[in-house]
Design a protein around this ligand. Structure first.
Ligand code: NI
Length: 183
């Protein structure tokens, strides 16, 4: 289909709760086109996930696909490509873990965010079938970050220590440097 322009922080579509889809809508031709646009756009931007509001569509669908060789997130474990509709998130472990996150809608920046380390996600898949998965570690963060987009949230809202919001270049220069020297 097409590579779409990614909506950026400040666009109201990123700040409102997206709409649930009916099973008929999930199976519709329009939704097939939307999924292809999301996939094309995510690949073009080298992302590991994308949500419909990020291409300007206020519907509750997100795509997560962590390749084994992500340039943006080399520490990430691989995940199968998954389209998630109408998700409900349940925290299974209150203990938090922190990762440096970036977002296609907040270009040029990285921020350190702490989130629950283990969550369950109940959702409908692209065949409108009910599914439930449990994710932990970095993948738990990826899922929570993407699904936040469907509820009008951005990762910057969840940064508790604003000294840990950086530009990519400074992240490479000062944060990665620090991590390396601590090893
Ligand atoms: Ni994002």
């Amino acid at each position: 289909m097409a590579i779409k322009e990614v909506t950026r922080m400040g666009n109201p579509v990123l700040r409102k709760e997206a709409e649930d889809l009916t099973k008929e809508e999930i199976l519709s031709e329009d939704t097939r086109d939307l999924l292809q646009d999301m996939l094309d756009t995510m690949k073009a931007e080298s992302g590991i996930g994308i949500a419909a509001p990020q291409i300007g569509v206020s519907k509750k669908v997100a795509l997560i696909s962590v390749p084994s060789d992500s340039e943006r997130y080399p520490e990430a474990e691989e995940s199968p490509m998954l389209f998630i509709f109408n998700p409900k998130i349940t925290v299974l472990d209150d203990e938090v873990q922190g990762f440096w996150e970036g977002c296609l809608s907040v270009p040029g920046l990285r921020g350190f965010v702490e989130r629950p380390r283990k969550v369950q996600i109940d959702f409908l898949d692209m065949n409108a079938q009910e599914q439930s998965i449990v994710v932990e570690g970095f993948l738990a963060t990826v899922f929570q970050h993407e699904l936040d987009h469907l509820f009008g949230k951005l990762y910057v809202d969840r940064i508790t220590d604003m000294s840990k919001l950086t530009y990519n270049e400074e992240y490479s220069k000062f944060v990665l440097q620090q991590v390396n020297t601590e090893e």
